[in-house]
Design a protein around this ligand. Sequence first.
Ligand SMILES: NC(=O)c1ccc[n+]([C@@H]2O[C@H](COP(=O)([O-])OP(=O)(O)OC[C@H]3O[C@@H](n4cnc5c(N)ncnc54)[C@H](O)[C@@H]3O)[C@@H](O)[C@H]2O)c1
Length: 437
Amino acid sequence: MKEWEKKVRNKKVIVGVLGLGYVGLPLAREFALAGIKVVGFDIDEKKIKILNSGKSIIKHIPNSQVKTMVQAGLFKATSNMSRLRNVDAVLVCVPTPLTKNREPDMQFIIKSSQTIAKYLRPGQLVTFESTTYPGTTRELVAPILESNGLKAGKDFHLAYSPEREDPGNKNFTTKTIPKVIGGLTKKCLDTACTLYSAAIDTMVPVSSLEAAEAAKIMENVYRCINIAMVNELKMVFDRMNIDIWEVIRAAATKPFGFNAFYPGPGLGGHCIPIDPFYLTWKARQFGMPTRFIELAGEINTNMPHYVITKIMEALNEKKKSLKGSKILVLGLAYKKDIDDLRESPSIELIELLREKGAKVDYNDPYIAKTHKQREHDLQMVSKKLSAKMLAGYDAVLISTDHTNYDYDCIAANAKLVIDTRNATAKVRKGRKKIVKA
Ligand SMILES: NC(=O)c1ccc[n+]([C@@H]2O[C@H](COP(=O)([O-])OP(=O)(O)OC[C@H]3O[C@@H](n4cnc5c(N)ncnc54)[C@H](O)[C@@H]3O)[C@@H](O)[C@H]2O)c1
């Protein structure tokens, strides 16, 4: 242990980050910023080429940071997995989506474990960061890693430390977000804590791999359920002619016992709509239902339909049908000021609008065109905004409240504004045209 501490302190360790996405790249950056050499592994050759040329692949990580890391010799990306032999630690940040049947899709965890197993050598630390159900690291990952003959906790160290990245959050970075860590053994835990302490400010060691896995799931279940709660209240209050946004603002002045959550057009992102169902799936093996999660899922997945109904009602007031109407969707990303459209409610809204016969365009300053996703292929290009073009649509639907939209201009020029985010709260002129949904 002393030797490992010395190696980390003297920045002689080499860290491997496997999976260079929204989580892996910021993590690699933190180690590089701490002066520790990082090798980034990915199967996506395009990403590797971009990164090695000193450019970023994520909007909120500037090109200049990647360039500095590369030029300082502190970061190199590769698809040559045999180089896993050369690193002291492998931190795994691969996707954990759901299958079509809404069950955990473990293919990325399994494949990356198989790859690591092939090159695993004694003394290495392997930490998984991907969000997953409690039991994954011990029951699924460890046996695959051990298939090459080395024993976890004896020949190599195994830990789990959930990533808590919040893309676009200006108040917290990977470095300042406390790191929950569980180890297979006490030594595994200490080894992982020592390494992460070199790049991240606060360690939160827990007693087991499962406690660390469960902590992350709990955080996301908490968000999922609270968002469902405000979404339900939004619909109830709307019927009573009460503005949910005003109610939240008032309730949030309570200095204790209340955390504000905000309604929206549906759940988005890689985490909140997906991760709770990892627990649901695992809980079934224990004969336990997860009724809160199921109910929250039901309410949240209904939100895009609610928004469509609100659009239809608003058009109806103007003696128009949705069929044949021209609708402009503002914002494709799942939340403001980022370029990630995974699981974005905007996608479902566009599909529902099209199904109902509307002609749909979109604008998103961060997403110039759509690309094929696992289950969607919109084949659309972002339209340039102008006062004139806004006036050409029967309704403008604010789905993502990007900060740099000019909401006064939108309200002034659009015929009808459907606002799902309270983005037009400060708009004074043209309020009669705005419908909250
Ligand atoms: N995006 C977030 O905000 C966020 C926040 C917290 C936790 N997480 C969790 O972190 C994990 C990663 O999410 P992400 O958003 O970074 O995903 P991502 O899709 O942005 O990145 C994953 C990367 O892994 C690569 N990859 C896939 N299989 C691989 C393999 N076998 N070997 C090497 N590379 C491989 C992909 O090419 C991709 O570049 C998920 O479990 C997610 O739930 C994400």
